[in-house]
Design a protein around this ligand. Structure first.
Ligand code: PLP
Length: 464
């Protein structure tokens, strides 16, 4: 151990090596010195851990290599584009929704120029950033007023904290949802300072259960859309309309967390029925919250729509400032919403909607083209089979979207090895694995990515 520790080269010595000198000429010498220090420190820790491989060595060459690797890590983007071959359209870990072209353009415009973010152009007075999307949101949803915050988790927290802090909130036991990334309704409730009152059972909740729980401390009736699961069989939940009626009788507002929240009726595209935001506003919900980047297909955002008296209170909550959206979110959201003025245009131009409604011929054709390209490579076994894609983002959990899957096996590698290598390519390719085969779903890949996927596989085969 002592021997290795003494072998760690001095920082100056490493700085004199040619590749490091080149790097130091391009970037700050101070940064490069820090990188070398860190690398040496990591080596020291590795040595002191005593857990060393048989070929462990400390040399100038090794430290130079480690320093170059670390510099590369610092200098190349960590958040980068990938190819989504999984077929999961709203893939939270891969960035959820892609933005429509108009939104991309507006992002650049707002990034390059000062903007009307918080100014009234007519009077020159201070304006509100939320006004930019209020007209569109209220028109499209039928609500009186709207507010946009950082994400839907924030929207729910803000609404609960405004309308029910120190009060009781009644919710059905069938709706105590957990969404990925540790959003749990009971925890959010605790954070908001409201007290959760659970009623009914997991599978059945009746209106009388809510009614029995109402008292002078009740601040809110909460209806949460069970986005990512369904309770089927001997099951019953209270319709939003009935909850609204009960709320009105007792002068208690109803908050509806719609989760994914869509503005178009997916039923017309063969999906099982899901309430739209308009439906739930129409049903009388006082406040509805939903995500900007799930089925809506916009930027990450939490959208709150509903009755003016409640939205005003929510706006004035100091917590709203902490959940504030930036100009990029608003610019992208505004452009996305504008497309919904004509729902056929939205389905054509909002990538999330477009991918969810892709024609099976388009999918078959893309699958065939990818498969026949990959078939050119020796050592690959490729076939195309009917299969299914997933919506993702906790929406339509039971919906299998018919697609055609490209299934690949590589003669000398296990499916896991291939999957790992494909993720190490540039850009990384994410796939599914099923029955020892790599599965690529054409739904979430672009035509121009077919060649890239081909070259990823050809580099795999060449290595063999
Ligand atoms: C996704 C979801 C959330 C969280 O929304 P984010 O925009 O991810 O913060 C909250 N509630 C429900 C029901 C959801 O489906």
């Amino acid at each position: 151990m002592e021997k290795y520790l003494r072998q760690i080269p001095a920082v100056d010595k490493i700085l004199q090596q040619e590749p490091i000198e080149e790097l130091a000429a391009q970037y700050s010498r101070e940064t490069i010195v820090d990188i070398i220090r860190r690398v040496n420190e990591e080596l020291r820790e590795e040595i002191l851990s005593g857990d060393l491989s048989d070929d462990f060595e400390v040399s100038v060459k090794r430290v130079v290599k480690l320093a170059l690797d670390k510099a590369d890590e610092w200098l190349s983007p960590s958040l980068q584009a990938v190819i989504n071959g999984t077929g999961v359209v709203i893939h939270t870990n891969l960035g959820r929704s892609l933005l429509t072209e108009a939104a991309q353009e507006r992002l650049v415009e707002v990034a390059q120029n000062y903007s009307t973010l918080e100014i009234d152009v007519e009077t020159g007075d201070r304006g509100s950033r939320y006004e930019h999307v209020t007209e569109l949101l209220t028109y499209l949803t039928g609500a009186e007023d709207s507010l946009v915050v950082n994400n839907n988790a924030g929207a729910v927290l803000l609404a609960l904290s405004t309308l029910a802090e120190g009060k009781e909130v009644i919710i059905s036991r069938g709706q105590l949802v957990e969404i990925g990334g540790s959003f749990r309704v009971p925890d959010v409730m605790k954070q908001s300072g409201a007290e959760l009152i659970e009623v009914g059972t997991t599978n059945k909740t009746h209106l009388k259960d809510y009614r029995a729980a109402i008292n002078e401390k009740t601040g809110l009736l909460l209806d949460v859309h069970t986005s990512n699961y369904r309770i089927v069989g001997f099951a019953e939940q209270v319709a939003l309309e009935e909850l609204v009626e009960l709320g009105a009788e007792n002068d208690i507002p109803v908050l509806n967390d719609l989760g994914s929240g869509t503005l178009i009726d997916f039923g017309q595209y063969g999906f099982s029925p899901e309430p739209t935001v308009q439906d739930n506003i129409n049903a009388g919900a006082d406040v509805v919250t939903f995500s900007g980047d799930k089925l809506l297909g916009g930027p990450q955002a939490g959208i709150i729509v509903g009755k003016e008296e409640y939205i005003q209170q929510i706006k004035e909550n100091p917590l709203n400032r902490a959940l504030r959206v930036d100009k990029f979110t608003l610019a992208a959201l505004e452009e996305t919403l504008r497309l919904y003025l004509d729902s056929e245009t939205a389905v054509k131009k909002v990538p999330t909607l477009q991918l969810l409604t892709l024609d099976s011929e388009v999918l078959k054709d893309r699958a065939d083209r990818l498969a026949s390209k990959l078939d050119e490579l020796a050592g690959l076994e490729v076939e195309v089979d009917p299969g299914s894609s997933q919506v993702g983002g906790g929406a339509f959990p039971n919906e299998d979207l018919p697609t055609f899957l490209v299934k690949v096996s590589v003669s000398h590698l296990t499916a896991n090895e291939v999957g790992n290598r494909l993720r190490e390519c540039n850009p990384p390719l994410f796939t599914r694995i099923q029955n020892e085969k790599i599965i690529i779903d054409p739904r979430t890949i672009k035509d121009e990515e077919i060649n890239t996927i081909f070259s990823h596989f050809s580099s795999l085969v060449e290595e063999a």
